[in-house]
Design a protein around this ligand. Structure first.
Ligand code: ADP
Length: 399
């Protein structure tokens, strides 16, 4: 069975085609970028062959998807003989609200709910829905599945998801903590337990998904019980360009002083803040490290703030869980940035966290146990694969 996995953003489409007959095999992947702009680009990488890049205007999502499908069956670089070899399509959908606690087969009702949720996820859900509708037109007889970033966190207890604001805003507008990156948190927790020979249903796990967007989740015996992102993905950790937890009074004060309207305030906390805002250098941790090594103090400060935040959440979630068996690092930073992992794990012996620093420094993008044998709490690096989760759910639900 071949599954096409799509992640549609407002101006981009990331895609992977996987064969799921036995062990999943990646057949091709790529990205359509700058949809709707004067200069668009299309990247297609068939497994084992050279990458193909096309620069051309891409008017809308439907043109972008058409390019993807044509590339997949292209006589020279394609990986399929015909589009009939695509057996199912899986879509990453940002917001499932309180409707979806698991992945679902797409039908009219699913689409109506994704559309209704565009109200609280205006940047993502409309693009996700467009992806689904376009695929319905292009491949009308192929089953489609929606996999939500929020669904794993639907097990949060009410005390963890209700904000300290008038309750009517939860009732009227659904303002509450939802949490994101759910597919990744669930995937790495289960994978780590499999590798350790543990039963996830017996363990207390803290998963740190540290990428451009970053979030931490407390998982109690397989269920998400708290997570650092909230109503939107701007909450929690200081991220690449997102502010994370912020005194609301500070935001109001800045808006007043700088005369910012809602749009500008939104841009400030989502695009101009985080380690980018603190350092003035970059949102990319590799560039921050280079700058800090060259003596840039604000780059070092941004890294210190990030590490400090991760530590605080681990401490908080150890309290929530009444202890912790396993801490997992994943995402671009979690998998690759050894100094960040080292700094987070330093002086955490009260939690039973002690890592082999040499092993940590040698570990990049692979599944490894970093904790020392005598440490009470296991610490692991686990590589995440959100597309694989989407493909697996899609296969299960479209059969
Ligand atoms: P997202 O999927 O949220 O866009 P990623 O999970 O790809 O983000 O993570 C991107 C971040 O990971 C960037 O800050 C980047 O600097 C960091 N990163 C990637 N590779 C490395 C590396 N080798 N060393 C340090 N940081 C890295």
């Amino acid at each position: 069975m071949n599954v096409l996995v799509l992640n549609c953003g407002s101006s981009s489409i990331k895609y992977q085609l996987l064969n799921m007959d036995a062990e999943p095999i990646l057949l091709a992947k790529g990205i359509v970028e700058k949809i709707g702009l004067t200069y668009g680009s299309f990247t297609y990488k068939p497994e084992g062959k050279e990458k193909v890049v096309l620069e051309q205007p891409i008017a809308d999502h439907s043109v972008g998807m058409d390019l993807i499908l044509k590339a997949l069956v292209d006589p020279k670089n394609g990986v399929l003989k015909s589009l009939e070899e695509i057996n199912a399509v899986g879509h990453r959908v940002a917001h499932g609200g309180e409707y979806f606690s698991e992945s679902v087969r797409v039908d009219e009702e699913t689409k109506a709910k994704i559309k209704a949720l565009a109200e609280i996820a205006p940047l993502h859900n409309p693009a996700n829905l467009k992806g689904i509708e376009t695929m319905e037109q292009l491949l009308p007889s192929v089953p489609q599945v929606a996999v939500f970033d929020t669904s794993f966190h639907q097990t949060l207890p009410k005390k963890a998801f209700i904000y300290g604001i008038p309750y009517e805003f939860y009732e009227k507008y659904g303002v509450r903590r939802y949490g994101f990156h759910g597919t990744s948190h669930k995937f790495v927790a289960e994978k780590a337990c499999r590798l350790l020979g543990w039963n996830v249903a017996e363990k207390k796990i803290i998963t740190c998904h540290l990428g451009n967007g970053a979030s931490i989740t407390a998982i109690d015996r397989g269920q998400s019980v708290d997570t650092s992102m909230g109503f939107t993905p701007v909450a929690g950790l200081v991220m690449g360009t997102r502010a994370g937890d912020l005194d609301l009074g500070a935001l109001l004060y800045i808006c007043e002083k700088e005369g910012l309207d809602l749009n500008q305030a939104n841009t400030l906390v989502n695009k101009k803040s985080g380690v980018q805002g603190i350092s003035g250098v970059s949102s990319d941790f590799r560039e921050l490290t280079t700058a800090s090594e060259a003596g840039n103090e604000r780059a070092q400060l941004a890294l210190d703030v990030f590490v400090y935040n991760v530590k605080k959440y681990i401490g908080a979630y150890a309290a929530v869980l009444n202890g912790v068996d396993l801490v997992i690092f994943t995402g671009g930073i979690g998998e690759n940035d050894q100094p960040v992992r080292q700094a987070v794990c330093r002086d955490m012996d009260y939690l039973g966290i002690r890592i082999d620093e040499e092993l940590n420094m040698a570990t990049k993008s692979k599944d490894v146990i970093l904790s020392t044998d005598d440490a009470a709490t296991k610490v692991m690096v686990i590589t995440t694969d959100e597309e694989l989760v989407i493909a697996m759910d899609t296969m299960r639900l479209s059969r």
